[in-house]
Design a protein around this ligand. Structure first.
Ligand code: LLP
Length: 405
């Protein structure tokens, strides 16, 4: 049942095992800490694996959270990863991910990153520009090694999400317009010995909870697939990217599971009887709700205008509220039902007014040295943390089957 309250304590509960209280982690570590529920991560990966056609490969988008224990779990389930740098390739392989199950996305791949990807023999590079395809041609030719590529198309859709995390609109730097195809085909021809076009790929953005945009993007791209097939390209894979959003407001995560199931069924229907290996690159929906950030109240500061709860995690530990005005629930790790409710701005120690975790939160009266949980922080939390103002990075703890790993 992942994170929940048991006897007024926030815990990770896993069926058949003793629950682990956040209080016990605070007592042991005493510093800002990300805590992950690995069993929930595994449950979500299994649910995703079963939601699409049988011929589907899940490539976990490890940019969301690249903790080694999470990558190990991905590898043990026989799944793949979507990477966006040489560093991520190295982390994935170190955790035991099969190089044949690595796809490499991103608009700015350097020569050395492309060389490394070809040398270790990853499944495919998702190409984002004509220049990149040329570069792949040069590198594969000089290494005399075949490189599979998939063209990332920009389907020009405008999903309902924050503008900073839309990627499939025509103004975005990602993917390629259909008009690039003639030039791409020329480059392919010139490099036909070592560069093989094996698929198409999409990724329209992140934290998307309406399925229409995903389906619209796929529908717009399938004719390109059919056209290239007719041209004689031996296409095998269609990668629909990641982007399925999570609920940041509900205590019960069931709606995430339902959304994945609905998405899977709709995609399967769209693909029809095409012989396609489907690829999916989920990130947030795997790990987002499987993590919290524990932080301690340092001071309660009351002004004539506001009550501030100043905590020891801020935009340096969790950037999402400052960067995307993202909402994260904040709760005491121990419920105090006897305290009156008060309204607080939860803010960090960083010397900027953008350093706010949550505005106008109604909470049982807070006290100094009390610990809070910033909920649903498993995705794009620790991996985006930094040491601004020369602060320390937060700690990380992974819990599985009732114990800390
Ligand atoms: N595939 C590609 C090519 C991507 O660029 C991304 C995310 C994903 C898959 C995974 O998307 P997801 O399933 O996690 O939505 N830092 C932002 C999110 C940035 C997403 C970047 N790309 C945030 O905290 O909301």
């Amino acid at each position: 049942m992942a994170f929940c309250f048991e006897k007024d304590q926030l815990v990770i509960a896993s069926e058949g095992f003793l629950s682990v209280t956040m209080q016990s982690i605070v007592q042991e570590i005493g510093k800002p800490t990300y805590v992950y529920d690995l069993d929930e991560v595994v449950r979500r990966l299994k649910h995703l694996s079963g939601a699409f056609t049988e011929n589907t490969t899940i490539h976990y988008a490890m940019k969301a959270n690249s903790h080694p224990e999470i990558l190990k779990a991905v590898a043990q389930l026989g799944l793949g990863v979507d990477v966006v740098s040489e560093g991520e390739i190295r982390l994935a392989l170190k955790a035991g991910v099969d190089p044949g199950k690595v796809v490499f996305s991103g608009v700015g791949k350097s020569k050395s990153e492309i060389r490394h990807a070809i040398e270790v023999g990853i499944r495919q590079i998702n190409v984002e520009s004509v220049g990149e395809l040329r570069r792949i041609g040069e590198m594969a030719g000089s290494l005399k090694k075949v490189c599979n590529v998939a063209f990332r198309m920009n389907p020009d859709v405008d999903p309902d999400t924050h503008p900073y995390i839309k990627t499939g609109f025509r103004d975005n730097k990602f993917g390629m317009d259909e008009s690039a195809l003639p030039e791409l085909e020329e480059v392919l021809k010139a490099n036909s010995e070592y560069v093989h076009l094996t698929g198409l790929t999409l990724h329209i953005g992140s934290q998307i909870r309406e399925l229409e945009s995903f389906l619209d993007a796929i529908q717009k791209t399938l004719p390109i697939w059919d056209h290239l097939k007719e041209q004689g390209y031996p296409l095998e894979t269609f990668d629909i990217g990641g982007g399925v959003g999570i609920s940041y407001t509900e205590e019960n995560p069931e709606s995430d599971y339902a959304l994945i199931a609905e998405y899977g069924a709709a995609v399967n229907k769209l693909l029809g009887d095409r012989a396609i290996e489907l690829q999916v690159e989920p990130g947030r929906v795997v790990v987002g709700r499987s993590g919290v950030l524990l932080t301690e109240v340092q001071y309660i500061k009351q002004t004539p205008y506001k009550n501030f709860a100043i905590v020891n995690s801020g935009m340096h530990h969790l950037m999402r509220p400052s960067l995307y005005s993202a909402y994260h629930r904040v709760e005491p790790i121990e419920k105090y039902t006897d305290r009156p409710s008060m309204v607080y701005d939860i803010v960090g120690p960083i010397c900027e007014s953008s350093d706010v975790i949550g505005h106008d939160r109604s909470l049982p009266r807070l006290e100094e040295e009390q610990w809070l949980a910033i909920r649903d922080a498993g995705a794009y939390g620790f991996c985006m943390a930094n040491t601004y103002n020369a602060h320390e990075l937060p700690e990380e703890v992974v819990v599985s089957e009732g114990r800390k790993l």
